[in-house]
Write a protein that binds this ligand. Sequence first.
Ligand code: CA
Length: 221
Amino acid sequence: MRLLLIEDDVSLCKSLTVDLERAGFAVDMANDGEQGEYLGMTECYDIVILDLGLPKLPGLDVLKQWRRANNNVPVIVLTARDAWHEKVDGFKAGADDYLGKPFHIQELLARIQALIKRLSGQNRQKLSTCGVELNEDQQTLMLDNLHSVELTDVEFRLLRYFMLHQGKVISKTELTEHIYSCDHDPDSNVIEVYINRLRRKLSKDMITTRRGQGYVFGKPS
Ligand code: CA
């Protein structure tokens, strides 16, 4: 999952990035509204964390501009604690959720996970399908309720993306865009290597290759 964090408090931004990366997100940062607005329109993000008080362009205007341009990326706004009008304004401008500052990182992570699941139609506590269950807190995989399997950082990101988009054809480019941040420029052949490793940990037929198109996750019917 690729995440855009727009926050002008640089030290908060850096510490959040560390926690978010640890939780398996590829994170891009923007420290002002203009840069954030631009990144959100030009890159593919699965979720955006948007502070409202920003230099150059207020967070609310960033959000309004995206929604006007039919950019429906999921957005969690960061508001001042107890500023109920900021929450109302945020929702009116098209926010999906909000969090009052200061907050605990665990609450932000829980809200991100809940929002991603809600929007992908997986309204359940755990990501699970076809005997595969993903534990997002421990970044491990449970197979047929029997064995727990460790995942590397990239394997976890890949598998979560697949599980949230089960049955859809996903191209290598799409996978690359959603599991790496702007700072990385991975060779798309690297993705194949990771997919083959995942296949060994799952079972071979869980990820099907569609020649020239990409990959499909899920047991073939
Ligand atoms: Ca701010």
